[in-house]
Structures are given as structure tokens and as C-alpha cells.
Design a protein around this ligand. Structure first.
Ligand code: NDP
Length: 327
């Protein structure tokens, strides 16, 4: 049956301006790092993506290497757009990235012009798109002159293959330099994609640089890959990311000390009348323009989108959270 988007979708989400740009992003964006590759059932990926769009999520985040297998999340996305969302291309923002390992040999990763230009062309083919809205340099490259990376990013915009440029995993100093280099090309850096959650706060200094320069921000793994939800409150479920093959969230990383914090945060969320996932996302949304959630099922996306019903914190609540996190 032909997919028809929910006509109420734009009443269900809030949209926030991305730095000093014309682009607004949904407070909640959906990432396709996990559960969209060709090793997971297509029907579930399709249900999550279309369900997210029906909830007002207008931003889908990809990278060349998302899968597994690498590249297959972009292929899944390409299939869903072609088969279901063709008529809606102007109603959503697609991002992809290059910089992490993608293909063998000296050109398959990092930040050379060779890597970036080849990678965007591959991504567009896999997604069956003429352009992406945001193209990211996925990680800084200490060995390639940053000027070359900036040149390549500017070339991608001039060729119409991306509308905006983003960077990810850059330090505050590297961010400031890339902003300046892109400015020299007449391009305003749109966004920085950084890891940020209640349990991962090492990148908070980046926000100051972004605020000064009018650059937007989007936080990845805002739920600490699922730790900041009710998923692990009573053990490690068989169908969870931690039980799976992820090297980024292992069973060993779910320590009693972390779970003590998570349990106390969960009690606090309940007092606020929210799920822990919703409180964790609301907390990051105080700093970031948008948060990119991951999901393994549509019900998680539905729960997470309801975050926007309460994103306010009292001073006392914020102080309590600091105390829980610092103890
Ligand atoms: P999250 O921190 O949102 O973790 C997502 C996982 O948490 C889900 O797969 C699910 O785990 C669990 N979860 C989510 N919602 C709920 C809920 N309501 N209740 C219970 N469990 C829930 O983000 P990710 O780590 O997945 O990252 C999100 C996106 O960020 C990626 O898809 C990618 O687009 C981007 N990213 C970018 C990086 C970069 O270097 N730029 C690096 C990493 C991510 P389960 O599978 O166990 O159900």
C-alpha cells in the first residue's frame, strides 16, 4: 500500500534554528548507525523511518560506513526514499559523512580531497539522491592540511552535491580553525556533530566556540547508546545493543557505579512524570540544537519524541542532576 505521511506530523515536533543559518532542525533527529544495515530486517528499518517521519522527524543522519555491512544503511535509506518518500524529498534533511575507514588502500578514509570527493559520489549513488542537505567531515585528520579538507568541502557545495557543511568529533581549536577556513570560501559552517550525554560530557567546551560563531550543534549518542533509558535497569536484555556485537557498548561498560547513577536519574525522571530517556534528551537539548537518537524499534522513537512535552528544568533539578553525575 502506498505510504501517505501523517498530516498532523508538524504539530508533533518542535523545530529549532541551526546556529545563524536559515535551516531549522527537529529537536529530535534519527540516526541510522545501527539497525538500518542489510543484516537487520528491512521491514523494521522501514517501519522506524516512516514512523519517525510521521512523528515530525525531518532529519535523518547517515554516514558512508553505517551498516553493517558498510554502506548498506545508505542503501536501505535509498530504497525507502525511492519506494515510499519520493514525493517528500523537500520535507526532510539528509546528512552523510566521510572520514572513517570505508574502503581499502590509502584513499578510503581521513580527510584528503581524494577521499571526500570519491566518498560523496559513492554515498549519492547508494542513496539514489542528487544531493545531500548536510555533508560532514566525520573526524579530524592530523596528517592532511586542514586547508585541503576545507577546499574539498567547499568544492562539494559548489558542485551542488551538498547544501551545507558540518564537522564531527573536532576539538574546540580544530573547530575554530575550520570555521575560519570555510569562511574564506564564503561558506558558513552549519553544524558540529558531537558526542554529548549525561554520561559523556567531555565535549562540552565545544559549545562555547559554536555559540560565538553562530554554528549549530547536534548531539550523538544522547542516551549513551541506551544506558540512559530503562533498558538496563534490571540486567542486560538479550536483544539489547550491549548483548550484541557492538565494540562501543559492551557488557563490561555497564558497571555497577554507572548503574547506580542511572537508577537515581530514573527515579528523578519519574518524579518529573517522564521516562529517563526523555529526561536525558531534554537535558542535552539545553545545549544542542538537536539530538540524534538511535533506535531498534519504533516504540523507542515514539517515546523519545514525547520528550518535547517537557524540556524545562528547575534550578534545583539541574543542581540535583549535577550532584548525581558527579558522585
Ligand atoms: P543513542 O544514545 O540514542 O542510543 C540508541 C540506542 O538506545 C537504541 O539503539 C536502543 O538500544 C536504545 N534506546 C533508544 N531509545 C530508547 C528508549 N526509549 N527506551 C529504551 N532503549 C532505547 O544513540 P546512538 O548511539 O544510536 O547514536 C545515534 C546516532 O548518532 C547514530 O545513529 C549516528 O547517526 C550518530 N552517531 C554519530 C557518530 C559520529 O562520530 N559523528 C558516532 C555515533 C553515533 P537497543 O538497540 O538496545 O534497543
Amino acid at each position: 500500500m502506498e505510504y501517505m505521511a501523517n498530516p498532523e506530523r508538524y504539530n508533533k515536533m518542535t523545530y529549532r534554528r541551526c546556529g545563524k543559518s536559515g535551516l531549522k532542525l527537529p529537536a529530535i533527529s534519527l540516526g541510522m548507525w545501527h539497525n538500518f544495515g542489510n543484516m537487520t530486517p528491512y521491514t523494521n528499518s522501514r517501519e522506524m523511518l516512516l514512523g519517525a517521519f510521521d512523528l515530525g522527524i525531518t532529519h535523518f543522519d547517515l554516514a558512508n560506513n553505517y551498516g553493517p555491512t558498510a554502506g548498506s544503511a545508505e542503501e536501505t535509506f535509498g530504497r525507502i526514499i525511492t519506494e515510499e518518500l519520493r514525493g517528500y524529498r523537500d520535507e526532510f534533511v539528509v546528512s552523510t559523512k566521510a572520514g572513517y575507514y570505508m574502503w581499502p588502500g590509502p584513499y578510503g578514509e581521513w580527510g584528503s580531497r581524494k577521499n571526500l570527493i570519491a566518498s560523496i559520489d559513492q554515498s549519492l549513488k547508494r542513496m539514489r539522491l542528487e544531493y545531500v542537505d548536510i555533508f560532514y567531515h566525520h573526524r579530524p585528520d592530523a596528517d592532511t592540511p586542514m586547508e585541503e579538507t576545507a577546499d574539498a568541502l567547499a568544492q562539494i557545495v559548489r558542485q551542488g552535491k551538498a547544501l551545507y557543511i558540518g564537522i564531527s568529533n573536532y576539538s574546540p581549536e580544530q573547530t575554530a580553525k575550520m570555521i575560519e577556513l570555510l569562511d574564506n570560501h564564503g561558506i558558513h559552517l552549519l553544524i558540529h556533530q558531537l558526542s554529548h550525554s549525561m554520561l559523556g560530557r567531555q565535549n562540552e567546551p565545544v559549545y562555547d566556540v559554536l555559540a560565538k560563531k553562530g554554528v549549530g550543534s547536534i548531539a550523538f549518542s544522547p542516551l549513551a547508546q541506551g544506558l540512559l533509558t530503562d533498558r538496563y535497569l534490571v540486567g542486560i536484555p538479550e536483544d539489547s545493543r550491549a548483548k550484541g556485537k557492538s565494540v562501543f557498548l559492551t557488557e563490561a561498560s555497564i558497571t555497577p557505579e554507572r548503574m547506580r547513577k542511572v537508577t537515581t536519574l530514573n527515579d528523578m525522571a519519574r518524579e518529573r512524570g517522564q521516562a529517563l530517556s526523555q529526561m536525558a534528551l531534554a537535558w542535552v537539548l539545553q545545549s544542542a540544537t538537536s539530538v540524534i537518537i538511535g533506535a531498534s524499534r519504533l516504540s523507542q522513537i515514539t517515546e523519545n519524541c514525547r520528550t518535547i512535552e517537557n524540556t524545562d528544568f528547575t534550578r534545583e533539578e539541574l543542581d540535583n542532576i549535577e550532584e548525581i553525575l558527579n558522585n
